[in-house]
Design a protein around this ligand. Sequence first.
Ligand code: FES
Length: 159
Amino acid sequence: MTGVALTPPGLAAPGTAGAPYEPVLAIADLPAGALVRVTRGDLDILLAHLPDGVVATDDRCPHMSAPLSIGRLDGCVVDCPLHNGRFDLATGETVQLPTTGGLDADGRAHATWSPAGSEPKPEPAGRKADARRLTRIRRLRFYPVRIVDGMIEVALPRP
Ligand code: FES
């Protein structure tokens, strides 16, 4: 039977403590290995069916907000379609920094890089370079999930 993965300590999404649960998707529509976006108001939620169970996080890359729901899931790790960042949906941690480099979740600086087989792109100058350098890739935040009568329910902050 499908279960729910544990929320990593300290990584509950803001406003979710005591928030009401809402049904968002039938579990039958989220088979193992699937990524699905559901939207409530201006909140885009990523539902992922990992080997450990179902998780819900923002459908926004923690780098520059691209939709992770169109990434590829490999075990617990999703790759972002925009700058090759890779993120662990079970732990909230970055597995691979984006090609643009920047600051990791602990504030350490990382250089730009190019995927194997790609020519290095010219570095931008001025404010664009500063923006890349100072962009911090945060840990993912998670929404509490439960499964009731075949429906995935997510605790969503009140607007
Ligand atoms: S927006 Fe996802 S890696 Fe840049």
